[in-house]
Structure formats: structure tokens, C-alpha cells
Write a protein that binds this ligand. Structure first.
Ligand SMILES: *[C@@H]1O[C@H](CO)[C@@H](O)[C@H](O)[C@H]1NC(C)=O
Ligand SMILES: *[C@@H]1O[C@H](CO)[C@@H](O)[C@H](O)[C@H]1NC(C)=O
Length: 984
């Protein structure tokens, strides 16, 4: 529980303690009113209303508290999974009602003007619900002390006017609602008793006026995720009681004002993601700080030495600023220091030694600075540490042995420093280690055989060091190993045969070592190998024929001592250069070196431009990550200069530029997507491809700008963004993500060449005339596979990829009806810094699948994909489309489903009638996951990783779990932030 929640919780307890519950008879009209309320509200599966019976006293109704005279004073039904429309007409007739608490339910519809009749209310909580429309005038509720309307979908004008008479207001919470954009109105600054003000994420613009200083009883002030601009007013220094100040994700400028030092009670301060500048000296005196987050600003100067004396500080995030000078060496030595990220500054001096002194430290992120000295030996015992990243500094000395064996560490990244010494056998204890990046140092010695005990390893990069000895054969036991970079070392002996057991290996680079003897034929059996670089060694013997069966985008065996014939299928132009510098090799058909039989049909003059090389048979692991630029200098004359484009890939099966271009015509059109048309290309050899023609990248989608080539739209302007996306997407490799074989890019056109999937889209199979009978098991497999594809995009890529247009028509089915996530036309790669806070600012997506936050924040993150995926799950379970006339006005499948989850019968009734009765319970389990995924608040949705787990377990999801966070007030995620080095 966050400190914020804890505080709210205490407030609630306090309120409860004030109450005296006296059983007493109620007037008969109050019974009637409450029975009407019962009739209007439904709950999913808790029996809230069991005690609400006409023969019972209202004071004994669950959730009701009476005055001594037997009249209803309080209704406390928050967090009870209620749905329906709030019957305010009845409720506001309860004359003694002082408290109405209906927060954290599934209440819908609009709030009626009857609210204004609840004149006696002191406490009103309607927050965390699913309301729509604007708030009515409620200015007559002048006795209100606590008002919670946050996270409830209210739109329209901000209710500033209604607040003007509420001079006794203590808590005001209106954040996370899609109100119309407006500045903070002066009414707020007359609420002198306020001690809790939550106005995050509700479209506030303009400046923060000096009058904020009037609210000097404020304990909590949250204004994050708005569009506040201008400077922080100096008057903020008058809020001497302030305990939490959250102003992150705005457009604030200027310095931290003089007088800020007066906020001596401040424990949590987050001003990250603004345009603030100047130094941090005003913060020197805030020695109660527990969490300080100022990342993504332009702060400069030194980190005040006083920070080292902050005895309660546990969380410090200052990355992406211009800070310089040393870090206070006593930093973190007092409290249970947990997290530091000072990456991407110009900090110097040594790493403070005691940040893990209290044994709590989880993340140490100090990359991209100018730190010097050694890694303090204290971190060798920091068993809680999960991330240790000090790359790109000037650190030196020996890495303390215990670091290699930290039991919980997921990533050790010390690349680009001047470390010496070796990796020790301690690494056997690193059971959680997934990524070991130590490239570009001066490390030496042998790689210990115990590395195989670090069984979680996915990536190893030891490149550009002085490692020697043999590559241990035990490395073959690393079943998760995806990349192994050992280039530019002094490894000797032979390449271990056992490497062929690393079933997940996709990139292997051992170039520039002293390896000798033969290339083991076992490498040919690595099922997912994508690039293989063994160049610049002393390898001898013949190239094993088994390598012919690999589907590589890069092969480099050059500058060895190989002899004999290059296998026929490797003797292709794309491998031009792959075998250079092996005087003993000969080839049946490459002209670059000695031909065995002098016969070649490949002529350089033929303009058979082999632009993309594709594994023919649509075998799994394709994903030829080739990424080429075709740059035609003169379009009319298609004579490309050899040096105008770069071929790094090879083909087992090749096709020509003409073959693709000639197929881009109307009769081959098989689909139109948001970002372009899709054509089916049947190659002369019988293989099939899907080629997507991308529209002008400037125009967003659909808008064609014709060029002189009739069917090809012109691409111009910001192509580098497009290129970056393609580059990332082309490296995505997952069985549930459609394979992008390559892109063909010229000044005139952008074509993406994908595998062709014969069974079309899930949308077609579910909803169109090409509908198929999909049994529940198949639907379940489609749900699980698609979830895994999205999980991969969100969690397994170097940087998370947000799809942004997840829908059933973008889930394609192969010949076995296995799903593939397709169409990345709108995808955005989340830029590295700021994990949870990352979001992109473009509205995208398809009606019916768009998460509600698109409506007001213009920001999306992975959770928006989760929402859309929830819609797909609902389609699978119900067989219905996201938008159908049956659902009534303004309603979609999400609200239709949520209005049908009141009883078991109604839930079963919405399961697709084509699913047999016996399996309907299973389908309901998936429907429950779908409901979780479509939670209104992004923070309440599970991650795709969680979704996959839930689908795998197919256990009923616990709806309770999604709304425990009643307060929902602080939904901020801590900045998990670091940048990822692109792998070499
Ligand atoms: C705030 O936004 C509204 C609506 O977009 C706009 O009319 C107004 O000019 C903005 N005010 C400021 C101070 O930016
Ligand atoms: C900060 O406190 C000092 C001493 O109490 C006072 O003189 C100063 O005016 C205060 N600054 C602000 C901005 O309130």
C-alpha cells in the first residue's frame, strides 16, 4: 500500500470510529426508499443485499448506519461490485443522510440532478466507477467535507462552480476524469480547509497560480499528468504541512522556487517529466524526504551533499538531467534504501559504498555518467539487488567476486568501463541472471564452467575483452540462451560441439578470437539461429553441410582456414563476402573466389535484384531481419549501383524486386489496413507472401499521395522514424507474431514483406461470411497464443512495443489456426526511459477496441493494448462483434458484457450459443479475464504477462483483486527507467 493509500485508509477509519451504531426502528418510508435502491443496484456475486428485507430494520441493513432516532445517516457500500444506475432520486429523499459512499463499484449511467437534493451530505464518494457524461450542478451540497469523484469517467465542464460554496471541504478528489480542458479556477483557492487535493490527470492547463499558497492546510497536493505550464510559484513554500507533492508529467519550467525549502514536512516529491532547470539547492533542507523523483528535466549543478544525511530517503530518481559532480558518499546509508537511478547525467567520482547497507536495495542504475573508481565491495553481499547497471562510465578495478553470484540479480551491465580481472565461479549462484553484459572492458581469464549453473541466462555479451582459454562446453546447458557475443577476445581451442544444444540461440558471434579446428556440425541443428559470425579465427576443415539447413540473416565465416566446397545452398550471392579470406574454399557458383566447377548462371548485368531472401516454405523461425534500402538514383533507369544498397542477408529462396513490384496490383489486393494495402504475392516457385504497401508516412493512414508509379504511394519526410520501427519489428521473433521478412524501401515506396497466412483473420472467422465453426478449445488456443504474442511484444523485446491496434482483424491464423499478431502500422516502440510513465501521444486504434483513456489523456501505454485484447477475448467468448446494434445506443461489447454479469444465468446466457453447455463454464473463466482486461482504469488492468498466466491457469479471475485499490488516488508507477544498450 502506498503512503497515499495508507493515509486515505486512516481517514476512513477515523470516520468510521466517529460513528455510533445504534439499532433502531426506521420509518416505513425509509425502508421503501432503500428497497427501491436495492431494486436498482445489482451485485455480481456477493450477497450485499441479503439483509435488505422489508421485515428487517433499516438500521440492520448491511452498510446502513442510523441516527439515534432511527433515520438513515450513512450508506457505506463502497467496493461491493455493484452495478446499475445510482437511484439518487430515492437516496436523496433520506432526510438525515450525511454520508453516501458508493466508490469502487461498477456503477454506470449519468449522475442525475437529484444529487443537488442530498443537501445534508458531508461525505460523498462516487469515485472509481463507470459513469458517463457530465456532472450535474451540486452546489447545494455546501456542507460537504469529503468529496471523491475521481476515476469515474465524468466528462464535460470541470465542476469548478459547484465547489464555490463548499468552504468546509477537507478532501477534494476529482482527478482521472476526462473533463474538458480548463485552467484551475479561483474557487479552489478559497477552500481554506482543504488538506487533500487530488486533481491529477483531468485536463488542467494554464499555470499554477500564486494563490495555491492560500491552501496552507494541504497535506497532499497532486496535480500530475496535466498540462500545467509556467513556473512553480514561490508561494508554494507556504504549504508548510505538505507531505506529498506530485506535479510530474506537466510542462512546468523555471527553477525550484526560493522558499521551497520551507516544505520541511515533505516526504514524497515527484516533479519528473517537466522542463525544470537550475540546481537542487532548495531541496537541501527537506530532510524528511522518503522519495524524490526529478527525472527527465534539465536540472544542473551538483547533488547537494545534504542528501547524504537524509535518513528516511529510500528512493532517488534523477536520471536524464544535466547533473554533475560527485554523489554524496553517505547516500542511502541510513534508511532502507531501495532504488537509485541517476543515469544519464554527468556525475563523477565514486559510487557511494553504503546504499545497500540495510540490505534492501533492489535497483542500482548509474549508467551513462562519468563515475570513476571501483565497485564498492559492499555490493557483493547485496542479495536483494535485481538490477545492477553501471555501464558507460569510467569505472575500473576488479569486479568484487560476489557481484557475479548475486542470487536475485536479473541484469549485470558493466559494459564500456575499464574493469579488469575475471568472471569468477561465483556465477553459479546467479540463479536469476538473465542478462550478463560486460563488453568493452579489460576483463581476462577463462570463462568459468559454472556459467552453466546460471540457468536463467538469455544474453551473454563478453565482447571486446581479453578473455582466453576454451569456451566451456557446459554453455550448452543454457537452454534459454538467445544471444552469445564473444567476439574480439582471445578464446582458443575449438568451438564446443555442445553449443548445438542451446536450443534458443539466435545470435552467435565468436569473431576475432583464436579458435581452431573444425566448425562443429551441431551448429546446423540450432533451430532458431539467425546470425552466425565465426570470422577471423583459425577454423579449418570443411564447412559442415548441416549449415545449409539454417535460416540465417547473417553468415560470416570469412578469414579462417576453411577448405573444400561451399555447400550448394550457401553458394548464393547474398553470401557474397561470407567466405572471403579462406584460400582453400571453392564454390560451384560464386565468382568471388575459386570456382569448383566453373559454372554460374548468375550474371551481374541481369537486373535480377535480389532484394529479399526468404525462407521459402514459411518455416517457423524465418524473420529474416534483413533491412535494406533500395536507393534508386534515377527512378526511370533501374540500374542500381552495387554500393547503393546493402545486402547482409542471404536466401534459400530468393525473389526479385520485379516479382514483388509487379504483384502490387488490384487483383492481388487481399486487405486494406489503417496504414496501407495488403497484397498477396504468389512467387513463381509456388511460395506465397503477403506484401503490405505503406502509405506516405506523414499522412497517418489511408491518405494516398500518388507518385509517378501508379500503385505506389510516395513516402517522404520523417522516414527515419519509420525505418527505426521497421528495424525493431524486423528483429521480433515469436511464433505468435507475424513474420516480417524484410522491408523494401526506396525514395518512392515502402513495402513490407510478410509471411502469408492462409486462414485470414480471426475477425473473418468469427464474424463474416467466411465464418468457421471454431470450437471452444480452438478459441482458447487462439486466445492463449495471441496473448503470448502480445506478451512478447510488451515484455520480451529490448524495448516494449505497443501495438496500438489490437483487434480480431489483426490476429491472423495460420493453416493450423494458430494465431499471429499482425499489422504494426500503428505500433510504437516505447522509448527507453521511464517504464511505467512511458506513453505515446497519438490517438490510434479502431472503434470498439479503443481503451477509454484515449478519450482524454492522449496517452497510451501497454495497458491500452490490454484493453483491446480484452475486447478480442469477449469476441471469442460471445461470438459477437465489438459494436452491434443489439447493445443499444452508445454501447459496446464491454458495457454489454458488464451489464450481463449480474447473475450466473445472465453470464452463461451471453456465451456463444455455438459453445456446448459443458464448456461454457470454461468460457466464462476467459470472460472474467476479459473483464479484468477492460477495466476502466489502466492501472487496474493486468499486464499481458498476467493475462497469459491467467489464461494458462484458466482459473476464475478474482474480481476482488482488481478493485481493492479503492483509493485509486495515487496510480502513479514508480519510474523504472533505465535505457537499454542496443545489443552489439
Ligand atoms: C486551456 O485549454 C483551452 C481549451 O483547449 C484553451 O481554450 C485555453 O486557451 C487553454 N488555456 C491556456 C492558458 O493554455
Ligand atoms: C519560509 O520561511 C521563512 C522563515 O519562516 C520565511 O521568512 C519565508 O518567508 C518563508 N518563505 C515562504 C515562501 O513562505
Amino acid at each position: 500500500m502506498s503512503a497515499t493509500n495508507a493515509f486515505r485508509w486512516n481517514l476512513c477509519l477515523l470516520c468510521l470510529l466517529c460513528l455510533v451504531c445504534l439499532p433502531s426502528g426506521a420509518t416505513s418510508d425509509e425502508i421503501q426508499l432503500l428497497l427501491k435502491v436495492k431494486a436498482e443496484l445489482q451485485n455480481f456475486d456477493i450477497d450485499v443485499f441479503d439483509s435488505w428485507e422489508s421485515n428487517n430494520s433499516v438500521c440492520n441493513f448491511r452498510g446502513i448506519t442510523c441516527n439515534p432516532d432511527g433515520r438513515v445517516r450513512e450508506i457505506e457500500l463502497s467496493n461491493q461490485r455493484l452495478s446499475g444506475v445510482v437511484p439518487l432520486e430515492s437516496i436523496c429523499q433520506l432526510e438525515s443522510l450525511e454520508k453516501l459512499s458508493l466508490g469502487a463499484n461498477f456503477l454506470q449511467g449519468t449522475i442525475s440532478g437529484d444529487l443537488n437534493k442530498c443537501v445534508g451530505l458531508q461525505y460523498l464518494d462516487l469515485g472509481n466507477n463507470l459513469f458517463t457524461g457530465p456532472l450535474p450542478d451540486f452546489s447545494s451540497l455546501s456542507g460537504l467535507k469529503h468529496l471523491y469523484l475521481n476515476s469515474s469517467g465524468f466528462s464535460g465542464l470541470f465542476p469548478w462552480k459547484s465547489l464555490q460554496n463548499m468552504s468546509g471541504l477537507i478532501s477534494l478528489s476529482l482527478g482521472d476524469n476526462p473533463f474538458e480542458r480548463s485552467p484551475i479556477a479561483e474557487e479552489v483557492f478559497k477552500l481554506y480547509d482543504l488538506n487533500w487535493l487530488y486533481l491529477s490527470n483531468c485536463s488542467i492547463n494554464g499555470t499554477l497560480p500564486p494563490e495555491i499558497g492560500n491552501l496552507n492546510k494541504l497535506i497532499n497536493l497532486e496535480l500530475s499528468d496535466n498540462s500545467l505550464s509556467g513556473e512553480i510559484p514561490a508561494e508554494i513554500g507556504k504549504l508548510s504541512k505538505l507531505w506529498q507533492l506530485e506535479i510530474y508529467a506537466n510542462e512546468l519550467t523555471g527553477k525550484i522556487p526560493v522558499g521551497f525549502r520551507n516544505l520541511t514536512n515533505l516526504e514524497n516529491f515527484d516533479a519528473s517529466d517537466n522542463n525544470l532547470e537550475g540546481d537542487l539547492s532548495e531541496l537541501r533542507f527537506l530532510n524528511q524526504l522518503v522519495s524524490l523523483q526529478l527525472f527527465d528535466n534539465s536540472f544542473s549543478g551538483q547533488i547537494p551533499e545534504e542528501f547524504g544525511e537524509f535518513r528516511r530517503l529510500v528512493n532517488l530518481s534523477l536520471f536524464s538531467n544535466n547533473l554533475s559532480g560527485p554523489i554524496p558518499q553517505k547516500l542511502g546509508s541510513w534508511a532502507d534504501f531501495d532504488y537509485i537511478d541517476v543515469s544519464e547525467n554527468s556525475l563523477t567520482g565514486p559510487i557511494p559504498p553504503d546504499m545497500c547497507k540495510n540490505g534492501k536495495m533492489k535497483e542500482l542504475l548509474m549508467l551513462q555518467n562519468k563515475f570513476t573508481g571501483e565497485i564498492p565491495v559492499t555490493y557483493a553481499n547485496c542479495s536483494t539487488l535485481t538490477r545492477f547497471r553501471v555501464n558507460n562510465n569510467s569505472l575500473s578495478g576488479t569486479v568484487p567476486a560476489g557481484i557475479w553470484g548475486l542470487p536475485n540479480v536479473n541484469i549485470i551491465d558493466i559494459t564500456m568501463n575499464a574493469f579488469e580481472g575475471s568472471i569468477t565461479s561465483d556465477i553459479a549462484k546467479a540463479k536469476s541472471l538473465g542478462q550478463l553484459f560486460v563488453g568493452n572492458n579489460r576483463l581476462s581469464g577463462e570463462l568459468p564452467v559454472e556459467i552453466s549453473k546460471a540457468s536463467s541466462l538469455v544474453s551473454i555479451d563478453l565482447s571486446n575483452n581479453q578473455f582466453s582459454g576454451e569456451i566451456p562446453a557446459t554453455i550448452g546447458e543454457l537452454k534459454n540462451l538467445g544471444s552469445l557475443y564473444l567476439q574480439n577476445n582471445m578464446f582458443s581451442g575449438s568451438i564446443p560441439m555442445a553449443l548445438g544444444s542451446c536450443d534458443s540461440l539466435s545470435d552467435l558471434n565468436i569473431a576475432h578470437n583464436l579458435l581452431s579446428s573444425k566448425i562443429p556440425s551441431s551448429l546446423g541443428s540450432l533451430p532458431t539461429l539467425n546470425s552466425l559470425n565465426l570470422s577471423e579465427n583459425q577454423l579449418s576443415g570443411e564447412i559442415p553441410a548441416s549449415l545449409s539447413s539454417l535460416r540465417l540473416s547473417l553468415l560470416d565465416l570469412s578469414h579462417n582456414r576453411l577448405t573444400g566446397r561451399v555447400p550448394q545452398s550457401l553458394s548464393i550471392e547474398a553470401y557474397n563476402g561470407s567466405f572471403a579470406g579462406n584460400a582453400g574454399l571453392c564454390s560451384p557458383n560464386i565468382s568471388f573466389f575459386r570456382r569448383c566447377p566453373p559454372d554460374s548462371r548468375m550474371s551481374r548485368e541481369q537486373r535480377t535484384l535480389i532484394v529479399c531472401f526468404v525462407i521459402g516454405s514459411m518455416v517457423l523461425l524465418g524473420s529474416l531481419a534483413g533491412f535494406f534500402f533500395l536507393k534508386s538514383k534515377e527512378k526511370d533507369d533501374r540500374s542500381f549501383k552495387d554500393d547503393s544498397w546493402d545486402v547482409k542477408s542471404f536466401h534459400v529462396l530468393s525473389f526479385t524486386e520485379d516479382e514483388i513490384l509487379n504483384s502490387i496490383k488490384q487483383e492481388n489486393l487481399i486487405g486494406k489496413g489503417g496504414s496501407g494495402n495488403v497484397y498477396k504475392v504468389s512467387l513463381s516457385n509456388g511460395n506465397e507472401l503477403a506484401v503490405k504497401h505503406i502509405w506516405n508516412s506523414d499522412s497517418g493512414g489511408g491518405k494516398k499521395t500518388r507518385s509517378s508509379t501508379p500503385m505506389l504511394a510516395k513516402r517522404s519526410g520523417k522516414s527515419s522514424e519509420f525505418d527505426a520501427e521497421v528495424q525493431t519489428l524486423s528483429s521480433i521473433r515469436h511464433v505468435n507474431v507475424v513474420k516480417l521478412y524484410c522491408s523494401i524501401t526506396s525514395e518512392d515506396s515502402s513495402l513490407l514483406v510478410y509471411e502469408y497466412l492462409p486462414n485470414g483473420s480471426l475477425w473473418d472467422r468469427l464474424h463474416t461470411s467466411r465464418k468457421m465453426e471454431l470450437d471452444w478449445e480452438t478459441r482458447y488456443e487462439i486466445a492463449l497464443g495471441a496473448a503470448k504474442g502480445l506478451e512478447y511484444l510488451h515484455h520480451s523485446c529490448e524495448r516494449p512495443v505497443i501495438h496500438r491496434d489490437v483487434k480480431s482483424s489483426n490476429i491472423l491464423l495460420d493453416e493450423f489456426l494458430k494465431p499471429r499478431i499482425a499489422d504494426f502500422g500503428l505500433a510504437k516502440i516505447v522509448q527507453a526511459n521511464g517504464g511505467g510513465k512511458d506513453s505515446t501521444h497519438v490517438i490510434a486504434g479502431t472503434h470498439g477496441y479503443i481503451a477509454p483513456e484515449y478519450g482524454y489523456t492522449y496517452k497510451v501505454n501497454e495497458k491500452s493494448d490490454v484493453y483491446s485484447f480484452g475486447v478480442v477475448l469477449m469476441e471469442l467468448v460471445t461470438g459477437k462483434r465489438p459494436i452491434e446494434p443489439d447493445y443499444g445506443e452508445n454501447r459496446d461489447i464491454v458495457s454489454w458484457v458488464s451489464s450481463n454479469i449480474k447473475t450466473r444465468e445472465s453470464v452463461l446466457s451471453i456465451v456463444d450459443s455455438r459453445i456446448p453447455e459443458a464448456l461454457k463454464e470454461d468460457a466464462v473463466k476467459v470472460l472474467r479475464i476479459a473483464i479484468l482486461c477492460t477495466a476502466r482504469l489502466p492501472a487496474l488492468r493486468p499486464t499481458m504477462r498476467g493475462v497469459v498466466q491467467m489464461i494458462e491457469e484458466a482459473e476464475p479471475c478474482r474480481l476482488v483483486g482488481i478493485i481493492v485499490n479503492k483509493d485509486g488516488v495515487t496510480k502513479k508507477m514508480e519510474g523504472k527507467t533505465e535505457k537499454f544498450n542496443p545489443s552489439p
